[in-house]
Each structure stands twice: as C-alpha cells, then as structure tokens.
Design a protein. Sequence first.
Length: 313
Amino acid sequence: MKSLLFHETSKKIIFILLAVVCLTPIVSSPVALLLGFVLAVFLGNPFEKSLHQYIHLLLQISIVGLGFGLKLDEALEAGKSGFILTVMSIFTVMILGYFAGKFLKLERPLSYLISAGTAICGGSAIAAISPIIKPNTKQISLALAIVFTLNSVALFIYPPIGHLLHLTQEQFGLWCAIGIHDTSSVVGAAGKYGNEALKIATTVKLARALWIIPVSVITMFIFKSKGSKVKIPWFIGYFIVAILLNTYFPFVGELSSSITVLAKSGLNLTLFFIGSTLSLQTLRTIGFKPLALSVFLWIFISTGSLLYILNFN
C-alpha cells in the first residue's frame, strides 16, 4: 500500500516538474506536446480526470494574452488576407466530408463531427456541434482523438515543410491557420516559425473559429434539431479587447511584451497538458474508416491551402 502511494506521489512530482519546465523558454511547443505524450505512455497521467476542464480555459487565457502583442491594423490586415481562403476551405471541406463519409459508409454524426473539426477549429467545433446533432459518447471521443492526434502530427511537420519551401512569415502563418485543425497547434506551430507568423496565424484562426456560429445554425436545419443552442466562442471577444487596449492605450503597450511572453508560456503548458491526455490506449480506439476520412480531409485542406497561398499570396 505504501509502495503504491509512493508511486502515485512520484508520478505527480514528475508531472509538476515537467509542467514547470514547459513554462520556461528552453522548451518549444512541439517538445512540450511530446513531453506530455511520453509521460502519458510511460508513467500515465496522475491528473487526467481533473485536467480536461482546465485545458480549454488555459488555452483561452493564453490566446487572449497573445492579443496584447497585436495592433488593430495588423489584425485587420491579417483577417482580410485570410477571409477568402477561410470561406473556401470551410465549405469545400464540409461538402467533401459529406460525400467521402458516404463513400466510406461512416455513421453520419461521426462523419459530420470529423468534417466540422477539420473545416473550422478542431475540438472547439466538435464541442459546439455535438449538442446539435446528438452523437453518442463514443463518436465524440473518436472524433476528438483523431483531431488531436493529427494536430500533434501537424505541430511537428508544418515548420520543417515551411522552411523547406522557404515560406515567408505571412505565408506560413496563413497556412497554419487554415491547414491545422485546433487553435493550440496552430499557435504552437506558428510560434515556432516566428513572431510575425504567430500574429497572422492567431488572428486568422480566431476569425475562422467564429464560423462555428453560422455552421452551427446551418447544422440545426440539416439535422432538424429543435431547441438546440449555438455555443458562441466568447473568448474571441476578449482577444479583440486585448488588441484594442494594446493599440489605443500606451501604458498597456509598455506591458505587452511581458504579457505575450507569459501567454506563450501558457500555450506551452497547454500543449503539455494536451499531450498528457493522449495515450496509446486512446490511439488504439481509432478505426480505419474514420482515420481515413480525417487524413484525407486534412491532406486536402493542407495541400489545397498551401497551393493557394503559394500562387496568390
């Protein structure tokens, strides 16, 4: 009994020490995610049950903090450059996902969740649309597991591809915002590439996340859901407030560099937490057909958006 208690205490101490290390500049976003995953595989996550409720909150706080590193004109320019590509990618992926899901004979709710997660903003879109289409628990878990797995892969492979193709900061930031599902991995990959890429990726990604609202409304009509509520990502409003404060209040601007450093540390910690929730057991639950649909849509949106950016940006 004492040995078991000591083992659990040791796991908690190691988890906390690694979390603290991830708050320092010596750990990059991909490494933070990898540390969490390695910990989950070899030791297990001692805080797994209570951790999920804090991941999204910490991510939202970190994103708002990054807003203090942006000026209004930069945000408007970034949003304008990504608008057309955002609209094209969302509707193309949703339509393509519908037909590919039918071809693979996937359950309609699961196919729709994967398509929405790929088209808009990963786990946030899945969480927003789930109450409307009412999938079962297994379908939600499966969609989330696939999206987070592909996000993890993207965090590692996007920066090397960007350097290989000599993408500019603007091009890479836009590519991240369109091609990667979840906000945490978008910001993580862009932050590794450079500060300018980070600014563009964050702004375009959050503008893209607002499409949760019209897509949720359209989903109500498609699935004929009565009494369903649209989940609005209110934290994006706080992100805009942070930009306005940094633009029009000089004393805030003096603190902006310190706030953004803290925000980046918070993001690294978020990625460590996400990595620690991905276990081999979770990955084994992913079936071939839903994985095939997800990979197909992800490759399509990644290559399609990249070709568009290389030719038109």
